[in-house]
Design a protein around this ligand. Sequence first.
Ligand code: SIN
Length: 533
Amino acid sequence: MPRADYDVLIIGAGLGGTSLALRLAESGQQVGLLAKKQVTESSSNWAQGGIAAALGDDDSTEQHAADTYTAGGTLCHPDTVERVTGQAPASIAWLQQRGIEFTRADQGEGLHLTTEGGHSARRVVHAADATGQAIMTTLLAQAQAHENIHWHEGLLAIDLITTARFGEEPNRCIGVYALDSQARRVRTLTARTVVLATGGASKIYLYTTNPDTSTGDGIAMAWRAGCRVANLEFVQFHPTCLYHPMAKSVLISEALRGEGGILVLPDGTRFMPEHDERAELAPRDIVARTIDGEMKRGGHDCVYLDISHKPADEILNHFPNIAQRCASFGIDITRERIPVVPAAHYTCGGIMTDLEARTDILGLYAVGESTCTGLHGANRLASNSLLECLVFAEAAHGRILADLNDLGPTEIEVPDWDESRVTDPDELVVVSHNWEEVRRFMWDYVGIVRTNKRLERARNRVELLQEEIAEFYGNFRVTSDLIELRNLALVAELTIKSALARHESRGLHFNRDYPDSFPDEQTADTVLSPAWY
Ligand code: SIN
């Protein structure tokens, strides 16, 4: 297999990876860009709601920052929040300069701003109800046309190559081994710098709004290479995923509630106002937990989201894609209520980075959902994630350009992937069974409401599974399912350990054995380091 060698190797082609690739390519760098599946299979591409930016006359970046803190259970890092919310208007302008058309206000020149839970003003910029697709279609076309960007679609990163493997200190990241699933060969890609932009890990749960690609690959690879991770117990469950036997991962955007949608029980009773004065627009942790409680209390399979009281043309104008998706399952959202359940949606924790996207390893950077930058704290404010991708991609661009002055090509002769001691797997059923098992016990034991007993049970299961997976990995040729399972199980284990380490309930982490929150000044990020294990 031919080797590839780049200035910057970016793993992941969502908004963080693609916008960074464009910036670096336009600064003259040779960029390798890896997408493990089709480039449309990213959470960025699937994003419906939009991007939060204080653009309205009644809004300010300070107010956006304050809402981010409040939603984040005050665990957010002030410098990160200030940076990201402060740069939001410029990030929207950057996208517009690149040709992205956002929905405009009915009257006047400005953009239409919608709202979602936890926002005190209308500030969500959107392209109807398919904002991610509108952005990614344009940026991917530009990145695919750029001569400095070298695409590797269908290449799944297995492990980072670091100089510590060869006894060279300080430890530096110099590439990655990646499986070419079609050729069934492992390739070696080397680079002066490497960026993880692999997205989150919501596939550790049985039910998720995410594409199949969200298997926590970057978090797992960074951990195995020696990076710290933080706050993985904070898994955001989106309150409204379509509940239908034929539907898989169909999100019903929070913007529906922003535009007047209400949540009701099967008998039509509205229930959110009695739980929170912000009703359907309370932050997501509260709405998801309330729905979960109502479903358990009443023994309901789902609750319902109803926007049918609004004029049909308004609904179809704002939510054409959701209306069409629901129609394909026989639900007319202009006349009928939509059956919904909460599902895993966003990984608030991840690889620890500084404000310039640096990780613990020299030459290794991370952006987007795979990271913990301090922005989201204990619960991400809706529509802050695409924003985080844009702001940190810009910061990473500046940092990498500066670092490339010092990080020359490495002298190390990186060996090819060694397959001399493995054979073809004989029992792939073990892999598919373990996939199912990990996702099921995470859903049952590490879900919206947790207890110490359930968490301990999950820890025992995941440790056993890890042993089985390690044995399989050591003896058999790698497949994409095995690589992803190895990552899923590791991120599941780190999530469980983080949850066990937090002896309070805060934001998205609710443990019945510790129902209270510590005073704000006594709480802290949950940091795990590979050096301790
Ligand atoms: C949504 O449209 O409800 C999702 C937006 C987000 O997760 O930020």
